[in-house]
Design a protein around this ligand. Structure first.
Ligand code: HEC
Length: 155
């Protein structure tokens, strides 16, 4: 009985803390990005336009497209590369599919990956975590204006 009571208390404690503490780029995402993404997506990486022109060369150098500032990162969330962060970081569990190919970089162990995925989700907006692109592709419809409105990405 005592143990159950404590468990419930602990769960409430955690959820209240996470509501009070809004996830922001400066406080949460930037430090996480530096730890997990900067080696390949930092200032020495090419902008997406340059990357696409010479993709094989950059991949061999372990460089992905550059996303080292707030403005350069939200490019891959809202527009023009709508949903890229969501598609690449998603664990595939909602869609019943496989994880995006950047999910592995969120942590060394599954627990850490899940924790950091949740941080990204909170930042983008739990209801805004959509894998759709700006335009429809195959069976996947284009993102809706309503979904774009839900994106938070607080600085
Ligand atoms: C070891 C190097 C490496 C690390 C670490 C890495 N990436 Fe990548 N990333 C790449 C490469 C190379 C590509 C381009 C090839 C591809 O599309 O898979 C890429 C592509 C991407 C794309 C797709 C961009 C587009 O073209 O639309 C996103 C989004 C992305 N990475 C996000 C991240 C995030 C967020 C992290 C940190 C959690 C991360 N990556 C960590 C190497 C890396």
């Amino acid at each position: 009985m005592l143990r159950t009571g404590f468990a419930i208390f602990a769960v409430f404690g955690i959820s209240i803390a996470s509501f009070a503490d809004e996830v922001t780029y400066r406080k949460d995402i930037r430090p996480l990005w530096e730890q997990k993404c900067s080696a390949c997506h930092g200032a020495s990486a090419p902008y997406l336009g340059d990357f696409k022109e010479d993709q094989k060369k950059f991949e061999a150098m372990l460089k992905g497209p550059r996303m080292d500032t707030y403005a350069d990162l939200i490019f891959y969330i809202g527009w023009p590369d709508t949903g890229a962060i969501m598609r690449r970081l998603d664990d595939g569990k909602n869609a019943g599919g496989k994880p995006g190919n950047m999910y592995q970089f969120l942590g060394a162990a599954e627990e850490e990956r899940q924790k950091n995925l949740n941080l990204f989700k909170e930042w983008v907006g739990k209801d805004a975590w959509k894998l759709n692109r700006w335009k429809a592709k195959g069976d996947v419809p284009a993102i809706t204006k309503e979904d774009v409105d839900k994106i938070k990405v607080k600085y």
